[in-house]
Design a protein around this ligand. Structure first.
Ligand SMILES: Cc1cc2nc3c(=O)[nH]c(=O)nc-3n(C[C@H](O)[C@H](O)[C@H](O)COP(=O)(O)OP(=O)(O)OC[C@H]3O[C@@H](n4cnc5c(N)ncnc54)[C@H](O)[C@@H]3O)c2cc1C
Length: 387
């Protein structure tokens, strides 16, 4: 199963997806290659591979040509991440960099675009830092402060869950610059160099490996020119990128689900018990058919929504609803496929040596980040007038 025969995409888009697949196969196609790139699976991102991906002209697919990219859009971005996740290529930082690039494309001034988008195109990783210990799903509860001082801002406070900050050249921070009547007001985006004095980046240990970090800001100074977009207008800027971010998350989950399915299929064809391949037992055969159906249905929902959002002509409520539906469905299908994979592989599904337990561990976080699936259900039901 794949997008190859799909009439949804242009031949250029399919060609591009094939090029990303070929890169992932070549550079990270074997377990040995991936172990060498990821410190035996502990890292989700290889700076060396990221640079190669950028140098091959594959990374900056949705960045405009004038800033070093190839000028594609959300479709290309989703195809890229589907293939990266299907190929298990450790390019986690490409995800956060594209989220940041989306915000710069819409809201940064020309000088910032020239600088930051060109940096992303040529391989600089960027992170985005919104979440705090007391501001998770309730993201407007941000208290990390950026106080106006002479010719700039002084930042103090704590951030958490910042993906890929340990590899990042710069962090796009959302901090509180004032308190208004509404909690969503008074938030500002600031570009902070990762090596800034007073900024400590501490890894959080997780079941997915070393991917996220706590950030501690102690009197970190940035100039006025660090403000990205409108001072006090960060909430609107974050919201503007959410459909794209959630659909990329769905595309990543699609790649994961497909890879998990492919690995499982290989195993159940190969492994014999009672003198026959275990995949020929009806108890497994029908479940394989069921998860294949789920993947294809979720793929259709995901890419139909990507195309709808790219076209942008549907009412905003519908775009938001469909996006949340695709994010929930695709991430939950990926988790279900991995859970079924572990069960169908018996003890070998549980063993680290085989890939299935890693597929299961990595299938959990996407149901939490980019807005938890509970929050997505809140959004979906609210578009039906239920609050
Ligand atoms: C691997 C990973 C990477 C991440 N990367 C980043 C990043 O790069 N940058 C960044 O800023 N953040 C990042 N995050 C943070 C992520 O966005 C938050 O974890 C997420 O928004 C949930 O917040 P929380 O963890 O504080 O959980 P909480 O908000 O405390 O939620 C706990 C539970 O309550 C439920 N809940 C909360 N509110 C509601 C509600 N209104 N209705 C129904 N249920 C509700 C949630 O769904 C969840 O089940 C990342 C998280 C993870 C796990």
């Amino acid at each position: 199963m794949s997008n190859s025969g799909s009439s949804r995409f242009s031949s250029e888009q399919v060609e591009y997806a094939h090029a990303v697949r070929a890169f992932c196969n070549r550079e990270a196609g074997t377990r040995e290659q991936r172990d060498a790139l990821t410190d035996n699976g502990r890292e989700c991102h290889s700076p060396e591979l990221h640079q190669k991906f950028a140098d091959a002209g594959l990374l900056a697919v949705s960045i405009p040509e004038e800033y070093g990219g190839s000028g594609g859009g959300l479709v290309e971005q989703c195809l890229m991440f589907e293939e990266i996740f299907r190929g298990l290529a450790p390019l986690h930082g490409a995800g956060t960099s594209h989220t940041v690039a989306g915000i710069y494309k819409k809201f940064a001034n020309e000088e910032q675009k020239k600088d930051a988008l060109a940096a992303i195109s040529s391989g600089t990783v960027m992170s985005i830092s919104i979440s705090e210990p007391e501001a998770g799903s309730d993201a407007a509860n941000i208290s990390c402060k950026a106080e106006k001082v002479d010719q700039g801002y002084r930042i103090t406070g704590q951030k958490t869950w910042c993906s890929d900050a340990q590899f990042a050249g710069r962090i796009l921070l959302v901090a509180r610059t004032s308190r208004g009547e509404k909690r969503h007001d008074g938030l500002t985006m600031l570009e902070v160099p990762a090596g800034s004095e007073g900024l400590d980046i501490n890894p959080i240990s997780t079941m997915g490996g070393r991917e996220v970090n706590d950030l501690f800001f102690t009197d970190v100074l940035v100039p006025d020119s660090a403000v990205v977009g409108e001072a006090g207008g960060a909430w609107k800027q974050v919201m503007a990128g959410l459909n794209g971010e959630r659909l990329v998350c769905a595309a990543q989950a699609l790649g994961s689900a497909q890879r998990t399915f492919d690995d499982l299929l290989d195993y159940v064809k190969e492994r014999k018990q009672f003198g026959q391949p275990i995949g020929t037992f009806q108890a497994l055969r029908h479940r394989i058919a069921d998860i294949a159906i789920e993947i294809e249905a979720a793929r259709a929902l995901t890419y139909d929504t990507v195309l709808l959002v790219e076209k942008g002509t549907a009412p905003a409520d519908e775009l938001v609803r469909r996006t949340s539906m695709a994010k929930v469905k695709m991430t939950e299908v990926a988790k279900k496929v991995a859970l079924e994979g572990v069960q169908m592989m018996g003890g070998y599904g549980y063993a680290t040596e085989y890939g299935m337990e890693s597929h299961l561990r990595h299938s959990i976080a996407p149901t939490i980040y980019a807005g938890t699936n509970e929050v997505q259900r809140e959004i979906i039901s609210s578009t039906f007038g239920l609050r």
